[in-house]
Ligand binder design. Structure first.
Ligand SMILES: [Zn+2]
Length: 258
């Protein structure tokens, strides 16, 4: 499987999508989406269990693993927010001063990673499902850097959108208040209605939010596959995975020699 911006590997029964960093970032940050596999099955969506199994590969440093609430709050990847604490947030910011690894969990919602060298090197992990996308977590997070200036003259920011549920699998009742609310936000190209249901293209909307902030299309890497359609590779809440989750892990290369 070849996906631009990602490298697919299968390590002893654990499928992984490693983010391929552009040259400017490859010595600074690394991030991986752990998809379906033994480690994720055993840890059942519990980041403490996951880290118990994996931390020895990462110098046993702390792990930030927020309690995800479909909001837009982003916390720093520092030990004061790390396990066993589970602060409420849906994003984690990694900078050169971060002393912890950062993580988030997914089963249909989209994993989003943003990174840049400007104004200083940073990488952000975000959880953007249906609700987080309505709240525009990706665009808002990216905008915090454009306000600081130089980063968003486009070319020097990159984004990765990992596997999530596709536009033909994510439907909601048309008369549901959350659906009606979303219809005010989503671009018409990113939804359609059929038989009393509205189908949402979460990934398409995230991409639009990022491009609206000035990110060029070429700097956005995405995984086409759907979590619901590809149950051999991914976990899907809607397809029946109530507990197991995919695990997005990221951090500074220097602090997490693998
Ligand atoms: Zn699908």
């Amino acid at each position: 499987m070849q996906i631009k911006g990602f490298k697919y590997i299968d390590e002893n029964g654990q499928k992984e999508l490693q983010l391929v960093m552009p040259k400017e970032l490859e010595t600074l940050f690394k991030a991986t989406i752990y998809c379906k596999g033994d480690i994720m099955d055993i840890s059942e969506g519990n980041p403490e269990k996951t880290w118990h199994l994996m931390s020895s590969n990462f110098n046993n440093i702390h792990l930030v693993a927020p309690h995800q609430v479909h909001g837009t709050k982003v916390i720093p990847s520092t030990s004061q927010y790390a396990l066993p604490l589970r602060p409420k947030a849906d994003g984690v910011l990694i900078t050169s001063s971060s002393d912890s690894m950062a993580s988030l969990r997914f089963a249909d919602c989209a994993p989003v990673v943003l990174a840049s060298v400007a104004p200083e090197p940073w990488m952000m992990l975000l959880h953007s499902g249906f609700v987080g996308t309505v709240k525009n977590i990706s665009g808002k997070s990216l905008a915090t850097f454009s306000k600081k200036g130089s980063a968003l003259k486009g070319e020097r920011v990159w984004a990765w959108i990992g596997p999530c549920i596709c536009k033909d699998c994510y439907s909601r009742k048309i008369d549901d208040p959350s659906t009606q609310n979303a219809l005010k936000v989503y671009s018409p190209e990113n939804y359609y209605d059929k038989n009393g249901m509205v189908y949402f293209d979460i990934r398409g909307e995230i991409k639009r939010q990022l491009m609206r902030c000035g990110l060029p299309c070429d700097n956005i890497y995405e995984v086409d596959g759907c979590t619901y359609c590809n149950s051999g590779s991914y976990y899907s809440y809607r397809a029946g995975d109530e507990r197991a989750r995919m695990f997005l892990l990221g951090g500074n290369t220097t602090k997490a020699a693998h």
